[in-house]
Design a protein. Structure first.
Length: 146
């Protein structure tokens, strides 16, 4: 019963010439609003989280629903946060939606903060590239201090 999903995972990650990045293409996992995870969550696929995570989240791409709560560190290549995060956030491309409430330090390469989005922590640009195009930042914030 459980071996079938493990074999499917092995075929997806080890076979083909697409490599690790190509292997995760098309894979998308959704954690519904009724899901509570206590412990760290690691995925090679893209995640959509509507539930509550009490632990660190590490994935390729993260979409967080407005009612979602994450109590731990978030690490992703791309992240679109709309709920609450109590912990640090590290993402190359980061979007903070208007309903988001982040309590913790944020490290990014590119960032967009929608009007009404709230960050209570320090912002730090990731030093991945050099030159004038290294730090594209777009901030759209309300009158609140970020």
């Amino acid at each position: 019963m459980f071996n079938g999903s493990r074999n499917r995972e092995e075929r997806t990650t080890s076979g083909g010439s697409a490599g690790p990045a190509g292997a995760r293409r098309g894979q998308f996992s959704v954690l519904g609003a009724d899901i509570v995870i206590t412990g760290n969550l690691t995925a090679t696929s893209d995640l959509h989280i509507d539930g509550r995570i009490e632990g660190d989240v590490r994935c390729a791409s993260l979409v967080q629903g407005a009612e979602s709560q994450i109590f731990g560190r978030v690490e992703a290549e791309d992240a679109r946060l709309a709920g609450s995060v109590e912990g640090s956030v590290r993402a190359r491309q980061l979007t903070i939606e208007r309903t988001a409430r982040i309590t913790g330090d944020v490290e990014y390469e590119t960032i967009m903060v929608e009007q009404g989005g709230h960050i209570d922590g320090r912002l730090k640009h990731m030093g991945g590239a050099t030159g004038p195009a290294a730090a594209p930042v777009l901030l759209e914030a309300s009158g609140e201090a970020a």
